[in-house]
Design a protein around this ligand. Sequence first.
Ligand SMILES: NC(=O)c1ccc[n+]([C@@H]2O[C@H](COP(=O)([O-])OP(=O)(O)OC[C@H]3O[C@@H](n4cnc5c(N)ncnc54)[C@H](OP(=O)(O)O)[C@@H]3O)[C@@H](O)[C@H]2O)c1
Length: 244
Amino acid sequence: MGLLEGTTALVTGGSRGIGRAICRKLAEQGAAIVLHYNSNRAAAEETAASIGGEMRLAQADMSSISEIERMFGELAGLRLDFLINNAGVWKNTPMGASPASVVNELIDTNLRGPFWVTQCALPLLKDGGRIVNVSSVAGRIGVAGGRSLYGATKAAIDSLTRNWALELAPRRILVNAVAPGYIATDMTDAFFSDPDMLDRTLKRQPLGALGTPEEVADVVAFLCSDGAKFITGQSINISGGLVI
Ligand SMILES: NC(=O)c1ccc[n+]([C@@H]2O[C@H](COP(=O)([O-])OP(=O)(O)OC[C@H]3O[C@@H](n4cnc5c(N)ncnc54)[C@H](OP(=O)(O)O)[C@@H]3O)[C@@H](O)[C@H]2O)c1
C-alpha cells in the first residue's frame, strides 16, 4: 500500500517536464492525480497513459482568469489533499526591448496564475492539506541578460509561499515551495542543446551536472508526506549547490 493511498493531487503543468515527474512520483505512492495541461493535449494523454492509475485530465491556460475558473467549474465536487502549483513559462525580457505582450504573459502565467488557481482550489482543499509551489533559484540571484522578470515572478512565488503558510495555518494547510536550479526539460532544452552553453553551465555547477525532473519530484513528494508535517512556509533549493 502506497504512502499516499486514498489521496488526490492536482498538479498544474503535469503534461511535461517537472510536472510529469511529480505526477508519476505521487501516483507511484498511491495518489489519484488530476493532471492539468494547457495546449499540449497529446503530451498530457501520453503522460497519463504511461503513469496509469487513477488519472483525470484538466485543461486551462493559466494566464487567463476565466479559463482557470472554467476548469474549476469542471472540477466541482472534487476533494483535494495536495495542490502542486508547477505550471510556468520562461521568457527572456531584456530591459528596453521587452514587448508588453511578453511581460504580461510572464506575470499572468507565473504569478497571477498560481494565485488564482490557489484561490479557486482552496474550497476543494481539505483542512490539513498541502500546497507545494514551484519557484526557482532564478528568484534568488541576479543574472545578467534578460532574466529579471522571470526571476521576479519566482521571487514572488516564494513570497506567496511564506504568506499563505501563515494565512492558511488555521486550517493546518502546509504551504512550501521547491526552487529548482538547472533541470533538463523542454524549458531548458534550447540552452543546453548548445554544447558551449552546457559546458559553461556545468563548470558553474558545484555538483557538475544538470538536475533531473525526478530529483525535484522526490522533494515535492517529501513535502506531501507525513515526514514533513511540521514544515511550512519554506522554499527548498534543489540546485546541486548552485545557490546556497
Ligand atoms: N527546467 C528548469 O530548469 C526549471 C528551473 C526552475 C524552475 N522551473 C519551473 O518549474 C516549472 C516546470 O518547468 P519545466 O521545466 O517542467 O517546464 P516545461 O517542460 O516547459 O513544462 C511546462 C508545463 O507548464 C505548462 N504550461 C506552460 N504554459 C502554461 C500556461 N500558459 N497555462 C497552463 N499551463 C502552462 C505546460 O503545459 P503544456 O504541456 O500543455 O504546454 C507544461 O505542462 C515551471 O514553473 C518553471 O518555471 C524550471
